[in-house]
Design a protein around this ligand. Structure first.
Ligand SMILES: [Mg+2]
Length: 170
């Protein structure tokens, strides 16, 4: 599957890490996610990476991302992501949905409060409310990818792309 898009410059984009950019089991790249990442960066978007990995895993996470060609931008040039946000140490799985939604709001604000696109393999990467999930859970997309445009009112993201839980990108 190919997921390429052009987004307007100065738009904020949030990517999850595990099973969005990198296969969590093998560490290999997820082509659709990495291609989309590079498309967004090339378009001049402000790209933020938001993971539920704990802060103590920052060094390993940056290294793993670098192995699939994803690096932080340097000196404000649009070569990579703006910043990597990780869950504060001590947070648990119970905090993920709230943490991710707050991170989306912060990314949108950091980019000037414009349009925000979010990409991930879990519903909490897409929506802070279960309402959209409830509407879609009985509907199956052929490739398992959902593109959500009808977002809940309190959700910071304007558009969300949900990857399948297990991405077959062969
Ligand atoms: Mg994930």
């Amino acid at each position: 599957m190919k997921l390429l898009c052009r987004v307007s410059p100065r738009v904020a984009v949030v990517f999850d890490v595990d099973d969005t950019l990198i296969h969590s089991d093998s560490g290999l790249e997820i082509t659709a996610g990495v291609d989309l990442f590079h498309s967004c960066v090339a378009s001049g978007a402000h790209v933020f990476i938001v993971t539920a990995r704990p802060e103590r895993a920052r060094r390993d996470t940056l290294r793993e991302l670098a192995t699939v060609g994803i690096v932080q931008e340097r000196d404000g040039t649009a070569e990579g992501f703006v910043s990597l946000w990780m869950m504060p140490n001590g947070f648990t799985a119970d905090h993920v949905a709230e943490y991710k939604m707050r991170a989306r709001a912060a990314a949108k604000k950091a980019a000037g409060g414009r349009f925000l696109m979010t990409i991930g393999d879990q519903w909490w990467d897409c929506v802070g409310s279960a309402r959209v999930e409830e509407q879609l859970v009985h509907k199956t997309e052929p490739d398992g990818v959902y593109v959500l445009t009808d977002m809940p009112v309190r959700e910071p993201a304007t558009v969300a792309i949900k990857f399948p839980d297990l991405f077959d990108d062969s």
